[in-house]
Design a protein around this ligand. Structure first.
Ligand code: MN
Length: 251
C-alpha cells in the first residue's frame, strides 16, 4: 500500500504541469484524491476527458478571477458546461494590487457563478479569496442559500472573525503548506474546526523543496496539521478523508 494513498489534494492545477496526462496518471497511481481545478472553461473538456476514467481525480470547471479582466465573456462557455460537472473552480475574487481594477467584473462573474450553482444545486465550489474574504462571504450569503451548494475556501487568508463567519455559513477550507509555514496564517488555521478542513497543494504554483508541488506533497500538510493540533498524522489523514466524504456525499 502506497503511503500517500487516501490523502486529499482538493486544489491542484494538473493542466499547468509540463505533462498534463502524466500529472493525472501520477495522482491516480498515488491514490491521492485530487481536484483538478481549471482557470478557463476552455480547459474543461480536456481536463474532464483525462479525469473521467480515474478513481481519484476529478475535474472542476473554473474561470479564475485573475483572468476575468480579459476573459469575462467566457462566462457563457462556463455556463454551457456547468451541467457536466459537480465541481466548480477555480472561481472567486482577487483584490490584490494587480487585479484590483477588474474587481467589478470579477464580482459580476462570481455572483453569476453562485446564482447558476444555486439554481443547479449540488455543486462543490473551490474559491479564491485574496484580499476579499468579506466580499466573498457577502456574495455567498446573498446568492448561495444553505443546501444549494458547498463552498471550499482555498488558501484562505482572512481574519479570525471572517473564518468564524465562513464556518457559520457552512464553508470548508482547503489548507496548504504555505498557510502553515506563515506566522500570520498558521494561528488562523488553528481556529478552523477540524471537521471543516481539507488539504491542498495549489500546485504547480507552490513549491516543495526546489520543485513545483505535486498532489503527493499534501503529505507534508497533513504532517504539519498533526503538529498544530497535537494529533497523530494518521488521525489527521483520516479526519480529512472523512471530511471529503461528508463534503461530496455520494457521487
Ligand atoms: Mn489555484
Amino acid at each position: 500500500m502506497n503511503v500517500t494513498a487516501g490523502l486529499v489534494d482538493f486544489h491542484c492545477h494538473l493542466d499547468l504541469y509540463p505533462d498534463h496526462a502524466a500529472a493525472v496518471r501520477d495522482a491516480e497511481a498515488a491514490g491521492v484524491f485530487t481536484l483538478a481545478v481549471t482557470t478557463t472553461p476552455r480547459a474543461w473538456p480536456r481536463n474532464q476527458e483525462l479525469a473521467q476514467h480515474t478513481k481519484y481525480v476529478r475535474a472542476a470547471l473554473g474561470l479564475h478571477p485573475q483572468l476575468v479582466a480579459e476573459r469575462e465573456s467566457e462566462i457563457e462557455l462556463w455556463e454551457r458546461h456547468l451541467a457536466e460537472t459537480r465541481y466548480v473552480g477555480e472561481v472567486g475574487l482577487d483584490a490584490g494590487p494587480r487585479f484590483f481594477k477588474s474587481l467589478d467584473a470579477q464580482r459580476r462573474v462570481f455572483q453569476h457563478v453562485l446564482q447558476r450553482c444555486a439554481q443547479a444545486g449540488g455543486k462543490i465550489i473551490t474559491v479564491h479569496s485574496i484580499r476579499s474574504a468579506k466580499s466573498i462571504l457577502d456574495l455567498v450569503e446573498a446568492y448561495l442559500p444553505p443546501g444549494r451548494g458547498k463552498i471550499v475556501l482555498h488558501w484562505f487568508t482572512g481574519t479570525k472573525s471572517e473564518a468564524r463567519r465562513a464556518v457559520e455559513l457552512g464553508c470548508y477550507f482547503s489548507i496548504n503548506a504555505g498557510m502553515l509555514g506563515n506566522e500570520r496564517h498558521a494561528p488562523l488555521v488553528q481556529t478552523i474546526p477540524l471537521d471543516r478542513m481539507l488539504t491542498e497543494t495549489d500546485g504547480p504554483f507552490t513549491r516543495t523543496g526546489d520543485r513545483p508541488s505535486q498532489p503527493t506533497d499534501v503529505a507534508s500538510v497533513v504532517e504539519a496539521l498533526g503538529h498544530l493540533h497535537h494529533l497523530p498524522v494518521a488521525d489527521v489523514a483520516s479526519h480529512i478523508r472523512d471530511n471529503l466524504r461528508a463534503l461530496v456525499g455520494k457521487e
